[in-house]
Write a protein that binds this ligand. Structure first.
Ligand code: HEC
Ligand code: HEC
Length: 362
């Protein structure tokens, strides 16, 4: 895999040089027709290249307000309390680590590192995803071990490598602070501070972070100039030749399910069997949750293990059909199979550039 990354980097440099000399760019001749099609109602769009087994939804703009569940409706008081909690290291044993340490506003609410470090600077084994699309999707974490956003909020507080504390102790600590008591009262009607309320407030704040008005959203709402020709071409490739819509679709650009891209390091030092750790089912070995691609330009490095420092590397890997490692099964645990939806794509470097330009508009 190392070799692959090295090669693709060399290739990229070579192509940049070639472009520098000729600066020729092979835009498809029908680009104006494609633009017209994507500004028309979706019923008139060319069908995406998606396998028949996939229950896809068309790409679309995000709603004006994020969806909030009936069990935890939005209120400004709750979101404000959640925001304070999210940025407050009081929830960690050392009083030094806040959620925002690893989900940094300046870094698209991720941390810019391949894997995060927390309590006593211990390294975790996974990449911190952005939380801006928290309102979408059901199970949380790369391996889906939190059943929803509310229950997710209590995991990092207890994780010995993250905040290394306990939600019960955190709640007791908060109850000693009169200003927190007042905020819980405003948000929930009484000043009782419980782990459930703590989680509800944080989740409400996270949902409120839904990004609005990306250039892609504007284009979907009819602003023809919001995307340039190259980006429109990228949108078309995303839906067709590049096969991305087999897994990244709808307004959130995720199917909210789990796939194996061949990044499990099965039997090796960095092995991570993903969704299998949650379900215990053999067919889930090596599967990880399909992340949203919204704001993806801001949240490098990529994948559950932060393997790729740049989008270009991700795209080169997809173009090669991702990874299909083979090896010996361990006892009772078959060697994981890479998802058959992943195939070599035969994209030219110009097409890869267009696809990347499109991802940058999300
Ligand atoms: C030490 C760094 C660190 C801290 C502190 C931290 N997180 Fe995370 N967060 C991560 C990592 C790493 C993951 C991915 C872990 C995994 O999937 O196994 C993650 C995952 C998440 C997810 C799931 C996103 C998704 O798309 O599935 C949410 C939501 C989240 N964190 C919110 C929080 C909240 C709320 C707090 C504070 C209570 C917090 N995090 C504290 C590093 C951190
Ligand atoms: C078979 C389903 C599938 C297909 C097809 C697919 N993806 Fe993914 N994508 C995933 C999954 C699952 C992950 C996370 C995998 C992991 O971390 O092990 C992912 C991760 C990514 C990431 C990293 C995001 C992050 O925040 O770390 C990007 C970027 C991405 N995909 C873009 C694309 C593009 C562009 C295409 C089309 C060329 C595509 N994907 C096709 C399922 C898919």
């Amino acid at each position: 895999m190392k070799n692959f990354l090295h090669n693709s980097r060399h290739k990229t440099i070579a192509i940049v040089c070639v472009l520098g000399i000729s600066s020729a760019y092979a835009m498809p001749k029908n680009i104006q027709a494609l633009r017209k099609m994507y500004l028309s109602p979706k019923s008139q769009w060319q069908k995406p290249q998606v396998d028949s087994s996939v229950l896809w939804e068309e790409l679309s703009a995000l709603p004006d307000t994020p969806p909030y569940p009936e069990s935890n409706p939005y209120s400004l008081a709750k979101a404000k309390l959640g925001e304070r909690l999210f940025f407050d290291p009081i929830l960690s044993q050392s009083k030094q680590i806040a959620c925002a340490n690893c989900h940094d506003k300046e870094l698209g609410f991720a941390d810019g590192r391949s894997v995060s470090y927390g309590h006593n600077r211990q390294l975790g084994k996974r990449n911190a995803p952005s939380v801006v699309m928290s309102a979408f999707g059901k199970e949380k974490f790369w391996d889906g071990r939190a059943k929803d956003l509310e229950s997710q909020a209590l995991f990092p507080i207890a994780d010995p490598k993250e905040m290394a504390y306990s939600p019960q102790k955190a709640v007791k600590r908060l109850a000693k602070d009169a200003s927190y008591k007042a905020m819980f009262k405003e948000a929930f009607g009484s000043d009782e501070i419980t782990t459930e309320r703590l989680a509800q407030a944080i989740a409400t704040y996270e949902r409120s972070l839904m990004p609005k008005h990306s250039r892609f959203d504007k284009f979907m709402k009819g602003q023809a100039q919001a995307l340039n020709d190259k980006e429109v071409w990228g949108l078309h490739l995303f839906r067709t030749k590049a096969r991305c819509m087999n897994c990244h679709y709808g307004a959130s650009f995720s199917d909210d399910t789990f796939h194996n891209l061949g990044l499990t390091y099965y039997g090796r030092k960095y092995e991570d069997l993903g969704y299998y750790h949650t379900t215990g089912k053999i067919e889930d070995i090596g599967k990880f949750k399909t992340p949203s691609l919204r704001s993806v330009a801001k949240t490098a490095p990529y994948m559950h293990n932060g393997l790729f420092p740049h989008l270009r590397g991700v795209l080169n890997a997809y173009n090669g059909g991702m990874f299909h490692p083979k090896g010996k099964a361990k006892e009772n645990l078959p060697y994981p199979k890479t998802d058959s939806l992943l195939q070599p794509l035969g994209l030219s470097q110009d097409e890869i550039e267009a696809l990347e330009a499109f991802l940058n508009t999300l």
